[in-house]
Design a protein around this ligand. Structure first.
Ligand code: AMP
Length: 360
């Protein structure tokens, strides 16, 4: 079976690393000449709107998926007329736009911060008057890793901010005084069968994920599964979907969903019976899903900007290096380490050792 992937970054690369042993082949559509997934499949170097190349991709593969949600909706619609695309164009349309996404949460009765659609500086001022400060202004689309957003704490922060974010449609959200951030990764098959991984505790720095630790018997697991289950069923979703939550007042508030394999699920490569990457491929290919059970204790540490020396990383007990083969650049995710241990104390020790390597 040949899988077409829109986007050729590290998520595409890790999909191919999981699918190759299943006998799958891969083709990646990505305009970047140095797309890091290209080492693992065919690389169609073309723009996402290049219909000739899209047609060529559709002819060459059995089905198409994507590794990032900012794919233009027209690209997915065009491909869908020639080849099955999972997740669907509708799921992508909602998940890529913060307004649609938060409106869906509201419709499904999932708690989320107060929010307002912002089309102008005047809208922003009106919304600040009703939501209050602090608040967070985010572009509705294309934001990632803390980009395209600004925390507003005082009236001075509000002045001119709509233009500062590019005068594009935005969302104003109430600031959540969260005690923690968790994410739930789930996989849903074509027949609706759904499996959930354990919740991961996430730590961000400057908007970028630094550390995910898989939980055991988290008291909010069932609630998170209920919320994510509502979204999956509503969208008749096929594939892996991640849901990021704020922990607040002993409950959960929805932050965002990602219609793809997710950074906070990278621990599953060595830390779960079947990784999020393999399960995504199984789901879209119509295969039985694999177990999402955790194998021991597990965590993931991101390498941002550079990857420490191989010999230092693999010298740490239970530590596995994932180097994305990308050029090192400040603020860029270039690799991660997955840690696996028999108990939490040795997991903590491993995390500390990895963090020392990257100067924490
Ligand atoms: P996002 O791109 O929406 O996931 O935001 C990136 C990070 O910014 C989150 O993981 C939080 O740490 C922080 N953040 C985003 N929205 C809010 C909010 N409404 N209140 C407090 N912190 C937020």
């Amino acid at each position: 079976m040949k899988i077409g992937v829109i986007g050729g970054g590290q998520l595409g690369r890790m999909l191919a690393l999981a699918g190759t042993p299943l006998g799958m082949d891969f083709a990646f559509l990505d305009p970047a000449p140095d797309a890091c997934a290209a080492a693992l499949g065919d690389h169609l170097q073309a723009d996402y709107s290049d219909e000739q190349q899209l047609r060529q991709l559709a002819d060459a593969v059995d089905l198409v998926t994507f590794e990032f949600e900012s794919v233009p909706a027209e690209t997915v619609a065009f491909l869908s007329s020639f080849v099955p695309v999972y997740p669907s164009a509708q799921a992508l349309r909602i998940a890529r736009d913060r307004w649609f996404e938060k409106s869906l949460f509201r419709e499904l009765g999932i708690p989320t911060p107060e929010f307002a659609d912002i089309q102008s500086q005047a809208d922003l001022e009106t919304a600040v008057a009703s939501i209050g400060l602090p608040a967070v202004l985010k572009t509705r689309t294309l934001g990632y890793d803390g980009k395209g957003q600004k925390v507003l704490r005082s009236a001075e922060d509000v002045a001119g901010t709509f233009a500062e974010l590019g005068s594009v449609p935005c969302l104003l959200e109430g600031f959540v005084p969260f005690t923690g951030e968790v994410s739930l990764v789930a996989v849903r098959a074509r027949d609706g069968q759904t499996r959930f991984y354990p919740l991961a505790h996430n730590t961000h720095e400057a908007g970028i994920l630094k550390l995910s630790v898989a939980s055991s018997d988290h008291p909010l697991q069932a609630l998170a599964e209920d919320y994510l289950g509502r979204v999956l069923d509503k969208l008749d979703y096929v594939g892996v979907l991640a849901f990021e939550f704020f922990e607040v007042d002993g409950g959960l508030k929805a932050n965002e969903i990602a219609p793809r394999v997710h950074n906070s699920g990278h621990w599953t490569i060595e830390g779960a019976e079947c990784s999020q990457f393999e399960n995504h491929l199984r789901a879209i290919a119509g295969l039985p899903l694999g177990s999402t059970a955790k194998v021991g204790e597990s965590a993931m540490v991101n390498f941002i900007g550079e990857v420490p020396a191989l010999e230092q990383v693999v010298a740490i007990d239970g530590c596995h290096l994932h180097h994305y083969g990308k050029a090192f650049k400040p603020g860029r995710k270039v690799g991660h380490a997955t840690l696996r241990s028999a108990d939490l104390a040795s997991l903590r020790q491993g995390i500390d050792q990895v963090q020392q390597l990257i100067g924490h």
